[in-house]
Design a protein around this ligand. Sequence first.
Ligand SMILES: CC(C)(COP(=O)(O)OP(=O)(O)OC[C@H]1O[C@@H](n2cnc3c(N)ncnc32)[C@H](O)[C@@H]1OP(=O)(O)O)[C@@H](O)C(=O)NCCC(=O)NCCS
Length: 216
Amino acid sequence: MQLSAPSKPIGAASTALLAEPPGEFQLRDGTRVLVRPIHPEDSDRLREGLHRLSAASRYHRFLATVSELSEAQLRYLTHVDQVDHLAWIALDPALSGEPALGVARCIRLPENPAMAEVAVTVLDAYQGRGLGTLLLGVLSRSAAAHGIRTFRAYVLEDNDAMLRIFRDLGADVGRADIGVCQLDVPVPEDPETLPDTPTGRVFKAVAARVGGGRPV
Ligand SMILES: CC(C)(COP(=O)(O)OP(=O)(O)OC[C@H]1O[C@@H](n2cnc3c(N)ncnc32)[C@H](O)[C@@H]1OP(=O)(O)O)[C@@H](O)C(=O)NCCC(=O)NCCS
């Protein structure tokens, strides 16, 4: 899913990338991560990241068996306008080359510009520390700023971690196919209206944050 460009261009013309917020965060276990908009130069990071991802995580992400990304797919995933296709990457600033630890992206639906298909991936070795929630929280703020009001996600029904995050945000859960849930997740403009749940509280903390290395 979301591996190639739609046949028609979508939405508004590209505008400048966001000015590189939000910066460095500290995960629950103290791990420092750098979160920034994805850049064209991140192509090798995505290729390496896919190689480091377990087969199960790849399947959960793409709902298909994916072992390599083509040059065209890498280009599509890294040349994003941050308006109709928004993507944020988390890097490990402590390691040489700052490898990718995770990515969250959403792509506006041409037939419904207030809705975007969302997906998030975190390397297996970094899962369960709050990074997926953090990346989605950052993505949701930039998506809200660009008029996206709902994330649509396709999630395998055994993907407990992903379902839990989206349910915690008040997702409307339906069925897309055998074994695949379709979730519509509110992306509120005003973070104060986020639900008072563990994920909702992290999203509020992300929205409130201005710089610094506060744990989220
Ligand atoms: C889904 C995914 C992005 C979550 O990222 P993550 O960094 O592990 O998520 P978080 O650490 O923010 O955890 C979110 C919550 O799920 C819980 N969780 C994590 N793994 C879980 C599991 N196997 N079963 C149930 N809950 C789980 C965590 O405890 C956490 O809850 P808490 O905040 O109450 O402690 C990550 O598991 C992943 O990349 N999976 C493979 C790709 C994928 O499935 N993408 C989704 C496509 S839309």
